[in-house]
Design a protein around this ligand. Sequence first.
Ligand SMILES: *[C@@H]1O[C@H](CO)[C@@H](O)[C@H](O)[C@H]1NC(C)=O
Ligand SMILES: *[C@@H]1O[C@H](CO)[C@@H](O)[C@H](O)[C@H]1NC(C)=O
Ligand SMILES: *[C@@H]1O[C@H](CO)[C@@H](O)[C@H](O)[C@H]1NC(C)=O
Ligand SMILES: *[C@@H]1O[C@H](CO)[C@@H](O)[C@H](O)[C@H]1NC(C)=O
Ligand SMILES: [Cu+2]
Length: 159
Amino acid sequence: MGGFTFAHVSLILIVAASTLAVCSANKYAPHPKYSQGPNKIIVGGSEGWRFDFSYTNWARKNGPFYVNDTLVFKYDPPTDNATIPHDVYLLPNHRSFLTCNLTGAQMLANVTQGGGEGFEFVIQKRKPHYFACGQHEGSHCSDGQMKFFVMPMLRRWFK
Ligand SMILES: *[C@@H]1O[C@H](CO)[C@@H](O)[C@H](O)[C@H]1NC(C)=O
Ligand SMILES: *[C@@H]1O[C@H](CO)[C@@H](O)[C@H](O)[C@H]1NC(C)=O
Ligand SMILES: *[C@@H]1O[C@H](CO)[C@@H](O)[C@H](O)[C@H]1NC(C)=O
Ligand SMILES: *[C@@H]1O[C@H](CO)[C@@H](O)[C@H](O)[C@H]1NC(C)=O
Ligand SMILES: [Cu+2]
């Protein structure tokens, strides 16, 4: 990851966003990327946390994410009919992320915790976070693309 280049691009975006904010006189920024934050971001947007949606692409389009941002995972709790259960795990490293290996993973939310307003995870540490669904021995992660990673940035660098 080209941290230095990325920082510059972000700085330019933030300067552009400030200009926009003044022009529109709108205290709500148009996109999480441009706002002061911390932000609350719904993972997958209106798609929520589901099978067969590329969260890697989603994270690429919706990042960067910052320390103190909240990620919200929304998924229906299991019912006796067609609902496919999901959960949320934090995988220990990049290798386990690539192979969807759940050994040593930490469960953040079980199958019921994504209901209602969703499960909220506050990014507190400036380290890579590897998120995945742990259902079906990792097949939601591999076949269902229910995984993404976040390298949180520090917003205060740009203030
Ligand atoms: C995150 O929030 C806490 C509490 O508001 C604050 O003390 C801390 O400086 C924030 N961290 C960053 C990196 O913004
Ligand atoms: C599934 O069950 C829930 C309640 O258990 C019900 O509200 C929902 O309409 C059902 N969905 C379908 C597709 O049958
Ligand atoms: C999964 O990860 C564990 C712990 O790192 C390792 O021992 C195991 O061999 C891995 N499994 C596969 C299939 O790679
Ligand atoms: C999921 O976690 C919640 C909160 O810790 C707990 O109340 C609930 O019993 C758990 N559900 C399952 C199915 O493990
Ligand atoms: Cu799943």
